[in-house]
Design a protein around this ligand. Structure first.
Ligand code: FO1
Ligand code: CA
Length: 332
């Protein structure tokens, strides 16, 4: 069986670690221990900084599955040091709000050098993964440059607003101010990276993990061709809610969902993706047990839904979530 997972950064990476744990331990129904996993990762929070191309979601997945991640932060390298950051600050070079660790910088140097030499991001990612051996095929959603920008209110600006890079919104402003609009620069001109459409079309199972539905999975789905591939693949498509008990488990889903007019609830996100039999994306939608009361209404709207514990507290707990997701669509 081939499994394809569309992934953002931390939520997706954590889910993938549990999924791989479930596969290798043989606890996923109908899935062989030698099942292959392909990950299509979001690249819309990528940023150029100090002349370097930084791909946070690709690196978070690669480091997490390659056991190089800092487990406390959930991003960047373990045992990190920060001399480069301190030296840049001593020069007064902006931005100082984004931390490139010394070990992490090596990844960005290799990536940028290969991009400058003409390799596409997908080839660069393959090369980086030769070191990290993440146990999955890791694909960027596109080789083209795509960047998420966020418009926020700014009374000092003549237009009344200011547009900043997604990373500035998330890291410097900690997502503490409302989003007026989101702009996904380059997204509608982007083409899927080699292997992305095949990974969706030829899979037996496509999983939408509990990643951000707007700035992680929304951007992957909006790469022209990807959403249609998910709609029409012969694979079963199952998603796991990133909203638990009416609250985003992690990150900035509230601001982002509000900005695109989607209700911040497990049911709201499920309806946003939609049921495949009604032209949407999902065969099944898994919500947390605390959102079990949403299941009957979701089923009425055509979506097979079930409620199980959805907190990724350990690889074992996450593997159990993955098993429930497989079970939900296995019979469908
Ligand atoms: N997150 C932070 O909160 N502060 C940082 O300084 C920071 C630096 C950073 C560098 C490389 C990288 O791969 C990720 C980094 N992140 C940092 C995480 C990143 O901002 C995000 O969490 C995501 O892009 C959202 O998925
Ligand atoms: Ca992300």
């Amino acid at each position: 069986r081939d499994i394809t997972v569309l992934s953002g950064g931390m939520g997706g990476a954590k889910f993938l670690r549990g999924l791989l744990h479930g596969i290798t331990s043989g606890t996923l129904p109908h899935i062989d221990p030698d099942a292959r996993v392909t990950v299509v990762a979001n690249t819309a929070d990528d940023i150029w900084l100090h002349g370097l191309k930084v791909c946070p979601d690709l690196d978070t997945v690669m480091y997490t599955l390659g056991d190089g991640i800092d487990p406390e932060r959930g991003w960047g390298r373990r045992d990190e040091t920060w001399s480069v950051k301190a030296e840049l600050e001593a020069y007064g070079v902006e931005p100082t709000w984004f931390g490139l660790g010394d070990r992490d910088v090596a990844t960005h140097l290799v990536r940028t050098q290969m991009l400058d030499a003409g390799y596409p991001l997908s080839k660069v990612t393959e090369a980086l993964c030769r070191r990290w051996q993440p146990g999955v095929t890791l694909l960027p959603m596109t080789d083209d440059r795509v960047e998420t920008h966020v418009a926020i209110a700014d009374p000092d600006s003549p237009s009344g607003r200011r547009v900043i890079h997604f990373q500035e919104y998330w890291v410097r402003l900690r997502a503490q101010v409302p989003v007026e609009t989101l702009a996904f620069v380059g997204l509608d001109q982007a083409t899927p990276a080699p292997g992305v459409l095949e990974a969706v079309n030829d899979a037996d199972l496509v999983v939408l993990p509990p990643s951000n539905p707007v700035v992680s999975l929304g951007t992957i789905l909006d790469v022209p061709g990807v959403r249609d591939a998910v709609r029409t693949t012969r694979a079963k498509v199952v998603g796991l809610s990133p909203i638990v008990g009416g609250e985003p488990v992690h990150g900035m889903a509230r601001q982002m969902l509000t900005a695109i007019g989607v209700e911040v609830s497990a049911a709201g996100v499920g309806r946003h993706y939609g049921a495949r039999r009604n032209g949407g994306l999902l065969d099944g939608w898994l919500v947390d047990e605390s959102d079990a009361d949403a299941v009957p209404a979701l089923q009425v709207s055509g979506l097979d839904a079930a409620a199980v514990p959805l907190m990724m507290t350990s690889p074992e707990a996450t593997a159990a979530m993955a098993a429930a997701a497989v079970r939900l669509v296995a019979g469908a």
